[in-house]
Ligand binder design. Structure first.
Ligand code: NAD
Ligand code: WQD
Length: 342
């Protein structure tokens, strides 16, 4: 079956997508420079699937290496481009680091495929919506001024992709706007590996529960939401991984909507921070220690996605709920305690 280049394939979402691609009969080829992941993930992928995927360790910002890779892999028909820096706070401190990595990697890939037919799936984010005027937010909602250089890289990358697809008809492109990916593979052999103190809610919860961190701080309980805490659309990473297979399939059969398209990838349902904490406790039986703190700068009050377009046109729908997200995240944290990935 078709060979798919998975950039960032040893990372959190990339590794789960590699599993789903293999299950769907594709041959993933990973490129990753391990700047935010670990080569041990390749052995974990073999334990799950029986296959150790082809792996190339280089920086996608190096245009010569990208061109050489593309020349040596003429049978690749699709690309899923995960590789990017993603830490919102760090991007505010070091904007150029983010613009450099996230744009050079993207542009090098697009240049390397000039004139060659290719299906391209891009990792975008619901961050492009900011605080939407209407909920659930649809793909046609206006893109708001980005709150961070990281968010801006996603907005501008979407524009680069739309303009590239309009100018050259060899590129068939889909941007997937992920809501909040959480959880881990049911095997607990792969999952999220945050560096340092986790900035995201669910890794903080699991690290707090296992004793690596102190109590969780709920960032604000004075929002205009039913319990006062902020609301997000949490999506299980395995469901998210499957959305990429659906996007590749859509591009392979030809997207009737044209050479560039955008899809929301969420559950269509919002949960508040306090609901997530309660769901963790209820589904794992582990009591959490938490306190209420002030709002975090840059946070939106509430966002969840309208997922009718993905369901109708991608033929994809999230299947796993918040309890399964929490259970799998906890199982992964427990696995890591005894098996630190080296
Ligand atoms: P991750 O950091 O776990 O994975 C990204 C991978 O890309 C890492 O393995 C890293 O080593 C690699 N990489 C980065 N720059 C590279 C380069 N120049 N050359 C080669 N490899 C490089 O992140 P993730 O959570 O799996 O996110 C994947 C994608 O999804 C990113 O583009 C991210 O912005 C996007 N996204 C993530 C979230 C989220 O909450 N995790 C939400 C929305 C969008
Ligand atoms: C979720 C909720 C916090 C930690 C970020 C990026 C976004 C996307 C996903 C990549 C918020 C609250 C958190 C804590 C808390 N990434 N929280 N205590 O901010 O929705 O999105 O990750 O594209 O671009 O901005 O996710 O997990 O950080 O926060 O109360 O210790 O949990 O305030 O309401 P967020 P998150």
């Amino acid at each position: 079956m078709s060979k798919i280049l998975v950039t960032g394939g040893t990372g959190y979402i990339g590794s789960h997508t590699v599993v789903e691609l293999l299950r769907a009969g594709y041959t993933p080829v990973i490129v990753d420079n391990l700047v935010n992941s670990n080569a041990g993930v390749l052995d974990q992928l073999k334990k799950i699937t029986g296959i150790k995927p082809e792996f190339h360790n280089f920086d996608l910002c190096d245009d010569e290496k990208v061109n050489q890779f593309v020349a040596e892999h003429p049978d690749i028909t699709g690309i899923i481009h995960f590789a990017a820096y993603k830490a919102v706070g760090e991007s505010v401190q070091q904007p150029l680091k983010y613009y450099h990595n996230n744009f050079f990697s993207l542009i090098n890939l697009l240049n390397a495929y000039a004139g060659k037919p290719v299906n391209f799936v891009f990792s975008s984010s619901c961050t492009v919506y900011g605080q939407p005027d209407q909920l659930p937010v649809t793909e046609t909602a206006p893109v708001k001024k980005a709150e961070s250089p990281y968010g801006n890289t996603k907005q501008i990358a979407e524009e680069i992709l739309a303009e590239t697809a309009a100018a050259f008809d060899n590129y068939h492109i889909v941007s997937l706007r992920y809501f909040n990916p959480v959880g881990a593979h049911e095997s607990a052999l792969i999952g999220e590996l945050p560096l340092g103190v986790p900035q995201n809610l669910v890794p903080f919860i699991t690290q707090s529960a296992i004793g690596k961190r102190g109590p969780i701080t709920v960032f604000g309980d004075d929002y205009n939401t039913p319990d006062g805490s902020a609301i997000r659309d949490y999506i299980h990473v395995v469901d998210l991984a499957k959305a990429h297979v659906a996007a590749i399939r859509l591009l392979e059969k030809g997207n009737p909507k044209g050479n560039y398209d955008v899809f929301n990838i969420g559950t269509g349902k919002g949960n508040s921070v306090l609901e997530v904490i309660k769901a963790f406790e209820a589904s794992t039986g582990v009591k959490l220690n938490y306190q209420i703190g002030p709002r975090r700068a840059g946070d939106v009050e509430q966002v969840w996605g309208d997922v009718s377009k993905s369901s109708q046109e991608l033929g994809w729908k999230a299947e796993l709920g918040i309890d399964e997200m929490m259970r799998s995240a906890w199982k992964w944290e427990q696995y890591l305690k005894d098996h630190p990935l080296a």
